[in-house]
Design a protein around this ligand. Sequence first.
Ligand code: URA
Length: 510
Amino acid sequence: MEGPQARRAPAPVRAMAGAGGPLPPVEAAPRAEAARRTVALRPGADLEGFRAAVRGLVAEGVPPERVAWTSDGAPDLLGAAAAPAATDAPVALPRAAADLVPMVVPHRDPERYGLLYALIWRIRAGERDLLEVASDPLVHRLDRMRKAVARDLHKMHAFLRFRRVPEAAGTERFVAWFEPEHHILEAAAPFFVDRFRSLVWTILTPEGSARWDGAALGFGPPGRREDVPAGDSFEAGWRDYYESTFNPARTNLRAMRAEMPRKYWHNMPETLAIPALIRQAGTRTAAMIEREPQMPVKRQPARAVAAMADQDPASLEELNAIIRRTEPLVPGATQAVLGEGPVGATIAFVGEQPGDQEDRQGRPFVGPAGQLLTRAMGEAGIDRAAAYLTNAVKHFKFEERGKRRIHQKPTAGEVSHYRWWLDRELDIVAPKLVVALGATAVLALTGKAVPIARARGPFRFERLDNRFQGFITVHPSYLLRLPDEAKQEAYAAFVDDLRRVEALGRELAG
Ligand code: URA
């Protein structure tokens, strides 16, 4: 909101989150020359407490030099000062200032709250574009604090590693230890919820812990590094991944240590490989130069992931745990959508990739195309619950248009990135008959682009050593996209295909 003497075009204004509409300008607030206030916030990053205090202080017109901020549980040294009155009256701020507050509150500097309040006071007194004045000592200091918190968040997101904790039969839990420089646990935790939504995990730090039980995020007391197991079988995978992506010709030790400081190494299994890799860097560079003509030109995430996943999982549970911990090749998906159905199912259906509904619910073929498939299976006499349903690609790829998430077809590179999982899945489920639904499934199963119209019907999947009888048909979403007059006939042909699949399955099951 505008102060009375503001002359320039106003910057966009936002109420501090947690506050409502704008307050009268500071000049209109009652003066409180003599009043001194103490604000005792909870230790760590007390964003809500700070916002509430600012609302009260601004409403009372208390200038920054008359406020004492404490956040370490220590009593107010002058004892007599009162806390600001509680009020819901909102404090309007330009967007840049409102965005700065949550990035500075987690900083470890005990003066952070006082500095922020000084900034807010000056902005409300008419210096609306203060944050654009980079040479102002207050702005400069707050900006450095913001950058330090952003760096710390980045490091936590990048360098935290979960370890599996053995639990009661059939369940698993993951625990990670991290020592942030600032009070960032609460700000960092939602990132891990997005990444590892389907796991149960706890992050321990010396100041507090975050726990996700698969449904809700909670914060609790500090932990100790000893509470986290020393290692698990998955770590070999991380080391292999790191070794396979390590480029000895680019070894710049100073840059490497700046990006991944040594203090984080003990949390990260892959860094165990670093000293040996550095020692060998000279020899490996020479060998690389010799090999140069055969080096792949492009980065090959599929190869790197295959190296990471080269662990020979013995069950769907083990395989799924690996898939769940894997980042989507294309960012955005809520969770990996795993195959569904019994091991030993006679028939396995392979689709393209999860859609919007599948991504939300974490189950394959539950959206419109899945419902059509289920209906056609029923009409063809195939029991969905007895079949195995999965996808070539395990994460939803989409483009956001307004509130809608529009499906994007995976590229051939993305299909080959996920092929390892599909192959392992089929190894473990060991169906007699594999049904490819549409072109992406055919590409995943054969490694080739095969026109569906020509190949429709029984097929041998040579890439999979002819281990399974194959059958190719259209994808159910193709039927949904057809004009109404063509739908009936195409659907009937699809059900016919599935009847042949059912008969073939019965025959193969013997
Ligand atoms: N389409 C697919 O290919 N798979 C699903 O799981 C859903 C829609």
